[in-house]
Design a protein around this ligand. Structure first.
Ligand code: GLA
Length: 388
């Protein structure tokens, strides 16, 4: 009888302990995905300024990798021919290191947010080829040397491949003329040359899911490597929507990039819930035209100003769930998943492609409360075997 009671008590204890472990699923993204991939977030200097301790606490609870949203873009670091502004980027890097986070440098060579003086002389005439090479070389040398040993990896080139798989005739490529490959090659060459050993070098791109563009990105990485350059990873920017891109395209992109033997990263994740972009990412600036802010468009284009309706909240959770199921199933190929912003209020999607709208693309609301999607994402990883 006594032995039976002891046995029963032991059984109750075992059940209670394992229920507690199963019930105790991680409440933090970085813990939930600790065995899968790094969990990253793009931040602004404001987030870590100390003026918003709640946001900072949220960041530290959920993320172990950071990206600078704007602080390390050429227009921020080098706004004028004789002006360098390292302050906000230094604060970002120091914060990441102090908190043991993976620190990304973003981005060295891009057509956007790069002042014209990079490509033109003071009198407005275009720089010669030699002048352009020297501008790119000295910019990359100055920047990667400044952050040497404090930045874990650089997005060396951003968005140079066109939707059809060729190169975009913009910025550096436009200034150089000819095949855009030369620009990409020089940028990787200078990064390889000046960054300390151990620094990783990435190519970062949007719409990589599009088969023609994926082919262009794969070819670019192959070519760079054939030329002896170290390319450690490819970032799949994930500015996606509730119903695009198709999941099979996403999986195909992850598989093809992983086959190259590079690290695959989901680098700029957000899910647009607003009309127009729901059907696909809008490229170009046409919807920035002031006519789209006229009263007659407002109701249709900016429908959730007063809050996200429950059914869209559910759709957002379902979309995040299917995306993270894909990422989790491909966790052996994926190195990092980074959200482009901490909370909805900090998202660029409030201003793009149409200015001044109220969007809900991230896992946290403007007041830092979680969307339903957070729980959906936290629920996906299986608990470690020992705890099952
Ligand atoms: C691109 C860039 C990012 C950011 C987003 C939109 O994807 O890589 O740095 O500017 O656009 O904000």
């Amino acid at each position: 009888m006594k032995a039976k009671s002891i046995l029963f008590l032991a059984f109750v204890c075992i059940v209670a302990v394992s229920c507690d472990q199963v019930g105790n699923k991680p409440t933090s993204l970085k813990e939930a995905y600790a065995d899968s991939f790094k969990m990253g977030c793009a931040i602004s200097p404001m987030t870590i300024s100390g003026r918003n301790p709640e946001a900072q606490e949220l960041l530290e609870k959920h993320f172990n990798a950071i990206s600078p949203d704007n602080a390390m873009k050429p227009e921020s670091l080098h706004p004028g021919p004789d002006v360098w502004n390292f302050g906000p980027a230094d604060a970002y890097v120091d914060y990441g290191k102090a908190h043991g986070m993976f620190v990304l440098g973003h981005t060295l060579c891009w057509h956007n947010q790069t002042p014209d003086f990079f490509w033109t002389r003071p009198d407005g005439t275009p720089k010669s080829r030699e002048e352009l090479v020297e501008t790119l070389r000295s910019y990359i040398e100055t920047v990667v040397t400044h952050f040497a040993g404090r930045v874990d990896a650089w997005d060396v080139v951003n968005e140079i491949v066109a939707e059809d798989g060729g190169f975009r005739d913009l910025g550096w490529v436009h200034a150089f003329g000819g095949d855009g490959y030369e620009v990409a090659k020089l940028a990787f060459q200078f990064a390889n040359e000046y960054a300390p050993e151990g620094t990783e070098f990435y190519y970062n791109e949007f719409n990589v899911w599009r088969p023609s563009k994926l082919e262009g990105v794969v070819n670019l990485v192959r070519r760079l490597r054939a030329d002896g350059l170290k390319v450690d990873g490819v970032g799949i920017q994930a500015h996606w929507g509730l119903n695009y891109p198709k999941n099979e395209y996403i999986e195909e992109a992850i598989d093809q990039l992983a086959e190259l033997g590079v690290k695959v990263m989901i680098t700029e994740l957000d899910v647009d819930v607003l009309p127009i972009s729901k059907e696909g990412q809008v490229i170009g600036r046409s919807l920035q035209d002031p006519q789209y802010q006229l009263e007659e468009f407002e109701e249709f284009l900016d429908p959730y100003k007063e809050g996200l309706p429950a059914e869209v909240e559910d759709q957002l959770a379902a979309r995040y769930e299917e995306l993270f199921r894909i990422f989790y199933n491909h966790r052996d190929q994926i190195d990092r998943v980074t959200f482009w912003g901490l909370h909805d209020g900090a998202s660029w999607k409030n201003g793009s492609p149409i200015p001044r709208r109220t969007n809900y693309p991230l896992l946290f609301n403007r007041d830092l409360t979680p969307h339903k999607a957070l729980d959906a994402v936290l629920t996906i990883p299986e608990p470690p075997k020992a705890e099952q």
